[in-house]
Design a protein around this ligand. Structure first.
Ligand code: UT7
Length: 321
């Protein structure tokens, strides 16, 4: 038994070109820039062109991640796409990505649906498979085209979401204390109906994403705070030892509440929400890539990832960069 740990070799992300501002949405539904900004922190979001698929976004995020890792698609033997908006229900989005990127046919390819916690679930799954020694290099992508399942006539949801993708290339290291230190994942199916895509009734439009926002908000704050505390405690670390927190980007007020509970200054949290909206499984890897490329994460830094989403699902991960 070796002490092999999972390390991030490269990060990448992609945001579609089209910017939709709060003002643009106010022309479509009864809302205002002021309401959206003060209730959520979102100013604008990126939306993919109608012909663009989730696998297109995923590939665009994967390429810079591979380049940064100094690897090519031929080096990948495990490909996981975390998404709730695959191009097709079957085959998996990962298989579309495999074909477009040219990942070899001996690679294992599958999707993982844990909604906004999907990237953390995929990271944990890939880490288990890599450290078992059965795979060498993993490409883990969070990618979403949420614009395809949003009801653009429902102001309570359409102002919140965006499209995008983020990716990491993973390998292993024998260096002690480096890489993914641990994860904490959980779920609660008893609250499934609070955030879901129900089948439309006869004559109804859809299927569309439906959410009971207020209830989700409270559960999100509690679950993310618990997930952050539990993982820190498990590793004998204090919150103030964390260099950067990358939270799921759903609502600035949720992020502020977690910062307050953990007694951390707001600048310890990396935020893309104002420009990206909520991109579900893409949200954390997209922010991670931006933070990394902006020089906000240095070697040796302790990075905390924390998420909450439909399911309900939640999770946290601790990385020593
Ligand atoms: O990624 C998965 C996790 N998702 C989340 O974490 C989302 C969690 N929830 C939230 O972020 C917030 O609950 C929302 C941003 C969705 C809503 O904020 P809120 O402070 O909970 O507002 P609310 O739903 O209680 O609505 C307050 C009022 C309502 O009007 P009345 O009933 O007080 O007259 C809504 O109809 O705001 C109204 N409202 C809007 N007004 C203008 C709802 N949406 C809008 C809108 N523009 N877009």
């Amino acid at each position: 038994m070796t002490n092999r740990s999972t390390v991030i070799l490269g990060t990448g992300s992609h945001a579609p070109e089209r910017v939709v501002t709060n003002g643009d949405l106010a022309l479509q539904v009864e809302t205002s820039d002021e309401w959206i900004r003060t209730r959520t922190g979102i100013r604008e979001r990126r939306l993919a062109a109608p012909a663009t698929t989730t696998s297109d976004l995923a590939v665009a995020a994967a390429l810079p991640a591979l380049a940064q890792a100094g690897l090519t698609p031929a080096d990948i033997d495990l490909l996981i796409v975390a998404t709730i908006t695959p191009d097709t229900p079957v085959p998996a989005c990962a298989c579309h990505v495999q074909r477009k990127l040219g990942v070899p046919t001996h690679a294992a390819c599958f999707d993982l649906n844990a909604a906004c916690s999907g990237f953390l679930y995929a990271l944990d799954t890939a880490a288990a498979l890599l450290t078992s020694g059965r795979y060498r290099r993993a490409l883990v992508i969070g990618a979403e085209k949420l614009s395809g399942i949003v009801d653009w006539q429902d102001r309570t949801t359409c102002v919140l979401f965006g499209d995008g993708a983020g990716a990491v290339v993973l390998g292993t290291s024998d260096e002690p204390g480096r890489g993914l230190l641990g994860t904490r994942l959980g779920g609660d199916g008893t609250n499934a109906e609070l955030l879901c895509v129900p089948p439309p009734s006869p004559g109804e439009r859809g299927p569309f994403l439906r959410m009971r926002g207020k209830e989700i908000f409270k559960l999100a704050v509690r679950a993310m705070d618990d997930a952050a505390r539990e993982i820190l405690e498990h590793h004998g670390l204090r919150a103030d030892q964390v260099s950067l927190v990358i939270p799921h980007q759903a609502n600035q007020r949720i992020i502020d509440a977690i910062a307050e509970y953990l007694e951390l200054p707001p600048d310890r949290f990396f935020v893309t929400l104002d420009r990206s909206g909520n991109t579900s499984a893409a949200s954390i890897p997209l922010a991670l890539d931006e933070a990394h490329r902006a020089g906000r994460i240095q070697r040796g830094d302790l990075v905390l990832l924390v998420a909450f989403g439909a399911g309900l699902t939640y999770g946290s991960a601790l990385l020593r960069w």
